[in-house]
Write a protein that binds this ligand. Structure first.
Ligand code: BGC
Length: 823
């Protein structure tokens, strides 16, 4: 039997690449948030002075597994020049290049030194912990200003982060440096128009904007993927009106966030992370504790103005449907608006947040004067709170106030819904017990719900709301008869091959060069092929050019960057191939905007389209699972992987993940892997930290988004996280992997562990099977042996192994690569 490689053998730019390029540019431009504009934008001049470390070395995304090997990335400099802008600060930009090269060389030498005696798996961790510190650049000189000979300056502040390390609350990272401060002050003074671009996958301290006079405009560009430079130019030139909205609350100061002084390394304890803020994350905190943010959740300006008016409100049982008319009331620019609905719930017995997002929608492009009608719907039970004492989701009696607007703080009350009696919406069971009790913060008041006089009022009766009961009985191995028969026919050794991944290299039935994981190929002769998994979330992360030898082995045509380090150089000959050894395969995948930028579009249709674009790439290269989207909550601005995640809000996160999943899964047999389940909100010491959290916050904030994604879009896979949760590794948690995911949410897909999260001192191999974490990734012989031993010692039951194996087989048999061959 032969290895099958689906990747193309032509290196020419394909139609798929061209289509995705257009879509990536659109997605990036729709997500950019205009934070401040005193009229200088859009720019109507051709000559520009461009400064800052992100001018030419524009950062397209974060580092680590979330990176993408795209064909070409458009920098801000290139984007501007392509659309006819003339940049007169080349000397400054060239000088930055030289500095960058010398800093990179120093970093590279240091990594080579540190990695000298490290094993292949350790290299990744060494690089993660010693990330390249993106240089800042030199001071702007008088001659730069004179040479630029223009009145408009753009300054790009860039920072890079990535997995394995949290961002630092210091100058050069969260704070701007003295050089940046002085440079911005100088240009704000010397140029008529000064525009600041933030090219960062997360927040920075913007105090300088208050202190420095003369900053005219501020754009949160985030990191725009391969088309970032073009997308930003579309906004700067006015070709596209900004329509992005923040998906996080930007505090005035880092210390304004409730987790600020204890987060990660901030309190020097990276082993136990206490979630003392409970449900008060993001705007739930700022609103309830009356802290004035710098920019509120949902905020973003446009070049035009809109009016938002209610046309009709209709309440049927517990369904609330609101028809809204949005009009572009400006005279010059087209634009899109995002309508947002928030609800304040009564908190008599359980303290509630001031408000929470319950629905939103982005309009089509509206021309000046044009109107658009949208429909927003939600159920009252969507705002239920979790009562730990009774292990139930409840709605308390009283007035639920609905607010509508275009940001969380620019809303007006449009109606109240009165619930006559308290209702239990869902009966659950207590999960994930805390190790020691946590004293959560409590807001000064819960008396939010004061209805404005004259707003329409609707009554919902207790009987209008159905109560869901959950069943926590042990799950059958599988309900599929054929699969059951097959599973029972396999030996223990064969079963363990299925529930441990197929490693990171070797001969495979299906081959996607550079795929980061796969299921086993060892049962190939029994008609069970392997399937492949590739990273995300900023695109499909695989090797661009590879050779597949006549014996079915993959080799790199060009070595990936990490092979420069230490001893890896010595084994390069094993992995490097040449054209004579076999066929060259090309996998030019698209680098999309990072997740936060994509989220800032608030455009579910667009995310679904992006998902479709991604599925075409997965299909072309023969991969079944995309290891994305990342759904962790932006709990604290310093999390090193925030760029891979969407928002501080679970509802928004869940809807976005569901939308992209629907897109990816529009090709049957190809799917997403929503990750990292759950509370993986810290990068320092990520494999050992315990997220210590009360059940209510766990359910209302951290699990809620996953639930929405599971129920709405049925992702093919879920990835558990590196961290422990209340002391227990998530891959070993029956509460999470079975009770919550399968018993409560009805999940039927595959659950996998994160890479190298199991083993000595980490999650226990065999306990994964018992918990319902079906497959250990990337997988090795050690894991298989440990599971066999545990079965023999009766630590786990063979049924547990069979259940996991059935879930793996179910995915393999429903994968597109399998069905195509067996039709
Ligand atoms: C990351 C995952 C990723 C996996 C495979 C891990 O380090 O946490 O998000 O999917 O590697 O690359």
């Amino acid at each position: 039997m032969k290895t099958k490689v689906r990747a193309v053998t032509s290196g020419k730019i394909s139609n798929r690449e061209k289509e995705n390029k257009v879509l990536a540019r659109k997605a990036a431009s729709e997500g950019i948030v205009l934070l401040k504009n005193n009229g200088v934008l859009p720019i109507n001049k051709k000559n520009i002075a461009l400064y800052g470390n992100g001018a030419r070395k524009t950062i397209k995304g974060g580092t680590g597994s979330g990176d993408v090997q795209e064909r070409h990335s458009v920098s801000i400099e290139e984007g501007l020049e392509h659309s006819g802008f003339i940049i007169n600060t080349k000397k400054y930009i060239d000088d930055f290049d030289l500095l960058y090269q010398s800093e990179f060389k120093k970093w590279d030498e240091n990594i080579q030194r540190l990695a000298k005696n490290a094993g292949p798996n350790e290299i990744f961790e060494i690089i993660s912990k010693n990330q390249f510190h993106f240089p800042i650049g030199r001071k702007i000189l008088e001659e730069d200003i004179i040479a630029s000979n223009c009145d408009t300056a753009i300054y790009v502040i860039a920072r890079q982060a990535g997995e394995g390390k949290d961002r630092r609350h210091e100058s050069g990272d969260y704070q701007i440096t003295e050089v940046e401060y002085d440079n911005i002050k100088l240009i704000a003074d010397r140029y008529k128009n000064t525009i600041i671009i933030i090219n960062i996958g997360g927040m920075i301290d913007l105090t300088f904007v208050d202190e420095i006079q003369g900053i005219d405009a501020l754009l949160y560009f985030v990191q725009g993927g391969q088309e970032g430079g073009s997308a930003l130019t579309d906004i700067l030139s006015g070709k596209v009106s900004p329509s992005g909205k923040l998906t996080d609350t930007w505090g005035k100061n880092y210390l304004d966030y409730p987790s600020s002084d204890t987060y990660s390394y901030m309190n020097k304890d990276v082993t136990n992370e206490e979630y003392k803020e409970g449900i008060y994350v993001g705007y739930r905190y700022f609103d309830s504790f009356q802290v004035q943010p710098r920019y509120e959740f949902g905020y973003g300006m446009s070049y035009t103005d809109f009016s938002i008016k209610v046309k009709q409100i209709d309440v049927k049982k517990e369904d609330i449907n609101i028809n809204i008319i949005v009009q572009n009331t400006g005279e010059k620019y087209c634009g899109k608006e995002v309508v947002q609905l928030y609800v304040s719930a009564p908190g008599k017995r359980l303290p509630r947040e001031y408000q929470s997002l319950v629905a939103f929608k982005k309009t089509e492009i509206l021309k000046p004067g044009e109107e658009h009608e949208i429909l927003l719907t939600f159920k009252l039970s969507d705002v239920a709170a979790y009562d730990e004492e009774h292990a139930a989701w409840i709605l308390e009696e009283g007035s639920y106030i609905i607010r509508m607007g275009n940001s969380s703080r620019n809303t007006k009350q449009i109606a109240q819904v009165i619930l006559e009696d308290s209702v239990q919406v869902e009966k659950a069971t207590n999960i994930c017990k805390v190790q020691k009790s946590l004293n959560e913060i409590i807001p000064p008041t819960f008396e939010w719900a004061q209805a404005d006089p004259g707003i329409p009022s609707f009554v919902i009766l207790k009987k209008d709301i159905l109560c869901k009961e959950n069943n926590y009985n042990k799950l059958p191995i599988t309900t599929d008869k054929t699969l059951r028969k097959l599973v029972h026919s396999l030996t223990l050794k064969e079963l363990t091959k299925l529930i441990v991944g197929g490693g990171q290299s070797g001969k495979n039935k299906n081959l996607t060069p550079g795929a980061v994981g796969r299921t086993t190929s060892a049962l190939w002769k029994k008609g069970i092929p392997n399937i492949n998994m590739t990273d995300g979330p900023a695109g499909v992360n695989v090797q661009q050019k590879s050779i597949v030898t006549s014996r079915g082995r993959e080799k790199y045509l060009e070595l990936p960057p990490f092979f420069n380090y230490g001893f890896l150089k010595k084994i390069a000959f094993l992995v490097k191939g040449n054209e004579k050894q076999g066929t060259v395969h090309y996998q030019f995948c698209t680098a999309w905007p990072v997740a936060t930028l994509m989220a800032q579009t608030w455009n579910l249709d667009l995310l679904q389209e992006v998902g479709k674009g991604i599925s075409k790439e997965l299909d072309e290269i023969g991969a079944t699972l995309w290891l994305a989207p990342g759904m962790n909550i932006h709990r604290n601005p310093l999390c090193g992987r925030n760029f891979e995640y969407y928002s501080e809000d679970p509802y928004l996160t869940g809807k976005l993940a569901a939308a992209i999943t629907k897109g990816v899964q529009s090709i049957p047999g190809i799917g997403t892997t929503i990750k990292h389940f759950v509370c993986n909100n810290q990068e320092d010491n990520r494999m050992y930290v315990s997220s210590d959290i009360n059940e209510r916050a766990l359910r209302e904030i951290y699990l809620k988004g996953f639930r929405i994604a599971v129920e709405e879009s049925k992702p093919l896979a879920v990835m558990t996280s590196y961290n422990r949760l209340n002391g227990i590794y998530t891959a070993n948690s029956y509460d999470l992997c079975t009770k919550v995911l399968r018993n409560e949410w009805g999940y039927c897909g595959l659950v996998m562990s994160d890479w190298y999260s199991t083993g000595e001192g980490k999650a226990d191999y065999a306990a994964c099977a018992k918990a319902g974490n079906d497959i250990i990734m990337p997988g090795d012989a050690k894991a298989r042996k440990a599971i066999i031993k545990s079965i023999k010692q009766k630590d786990i039951e063979i049924e547990d192994v069979k259940r996991c194996a059935a879930n793996v087989l179910h995915l393999v048999f429903s994968s597109k690569v399998y069905t195509e061959e067996n039709d």
